[in-house]
Design a protein. Structure first.
Length: 342
């Protein structure tokens, strides 16, 4: 097994490979390489952070990065990828808008002989060149476990869940994580609805739920921090500082809210590592160099107990959880075994 440090997080990388290579790009200098980058929705702060990191890394490497934002529209993402492939990119990086809906981009790239790197989210067609990202179920398990074991809530308390877009890997994986740790059975889940990763939509949902369920509503569990910040705004506006709120991503204002004691937990995933490494892998694949087929970066919960350490020392300061690292290694091994079986 090969491990590498990516933006301070211990990434577990499996299956060193030469993979699919765009023969036309072999022997080119970096300055002559064009990489296409299709983002699912840069209105999501975390996704925008991945895109920004990719852009910064491309500048460092001296490669041309052609960036498109699908704005949450899977059909636009497919059209964007068609445009990028027609523009003659040497490799394509895609943050999928939908597990199923975005799947055609893989065969499109393969038909064009262009390496395709899937970044951040899963996709139904696994015939891609490489994957860079996290295991979404892990984040749901960590978030769910915190609410069950550390939030101070009791079994049977009424909670609500704000989900990402239905069918996206983050939504599917995080809900599976909630189920795996027994959170859905432990609490009385009175409402579950998507806010499409959007802060304003989550705020509106939370406002409605606070009115509907009143003092009985004890927590709002959010599948990302943008939605968590929306729910927090609604709770604060209603004077409900008793409602416990948490989410996933580790965005700046969520971490600050943990520090301020108004947000229970933010499960960090490394946007910078995912963006930069996606470009690294794309460049290596385009040039016919060795790269990792599967790179997984573990999540880390940020809570009142370690937020000061994180703010002072970064990810390294909260990365001493051997059990979490072992769990991530196991997930990467299972992924590699499944791919080998196929």
């Amino acid at each position: 097994m090969k491990k590498q440090i990516i933006s301070g997080l211990l990434a577990v990388s499996m299956v060193a490979s030469l993979g699919a290579v765009n023969v036309a790009a072999e022997g080119k200098d970096n300055a002559d390489i064009k990489i296409g980058f299709s983002s699912k929705d840069n209105s999501d702060v975390f996704v925008a952070n991945i895109a920004d990191a990719a852009e910064e890394r491309a500048k460092e490497l001296g490669v041309e990065l052609l960036m498109y934002d699908a704005g949450g529209d899977v059909n636009k993402q497919i059209s964007d990828c068609e445009t990028l492939l027609a523009a003659g990119v040497d490799a394509l990086v895609v943050i999928p808008q939908s597990v199923e809906g975005s799947a055609p981009v893989v065969s499109m790239a393969n038909d064009a002989g262009v390496p395709i790197i899937i970044d951040n989210g899963d996709i139904a067609d696994t015939n891609y060149t490489a994957f860079v990202g996290c295991t979404d179920q892990e984040s749901g398990e960590l978030l769910g476990k915190w609410f069950v074991e550390e939030s101070g809530l009791k079994e049977g308390d009424k909670v609500a869940i704000i989900e990402g877009p239905m069918g996206q890997s983050g939504q599917v994986g995080r809900m599976a994580g909630f189920e795996a740790v027994g959170m859905l059975d432990y609490f009385d889940v009175v409402a579950t609805q998507t806010a499409n990763w959007k802060r304003d939509e989550a705020m509106a949902l939370a406002e409605d739920w606070i009115t509907t369920y009143g003092e009985d509503l004890k927590a709002i569990i959010c599948e990302n921090d943008d939605m968590g910040m929306g729910a927090l705004s609604a709770a604060q506006a209603a004077g409900r500082d008793d409602i416990i709120i948490g989410g996933v991503d580790g965005i700046e204002d969520a971490v600050q809210a943990v520090k301020d004691g108004v947000y229970g937990v933010s499960v960090l995933q490394d946007s910078a590592g995912q963006g930069a490494t996606g470009v690294d892998v794309a460049l290596a694949a385009a040039k016919g160099e060795e790269f990792e087929k599967d790179t997984r970066i573990p999540f880390r919960p940020i809570t009142k107990d370690n937020v000061d350490a994180y703010l002072e020392g970064g990810v390294e300061a909260i990365s001493g959880d051997d059990a979490a690292e072992e769990k991530t290694e196991e997930a990467a091994e299972e992924t590699a075994e499944e791919e080998a079986a196929e």
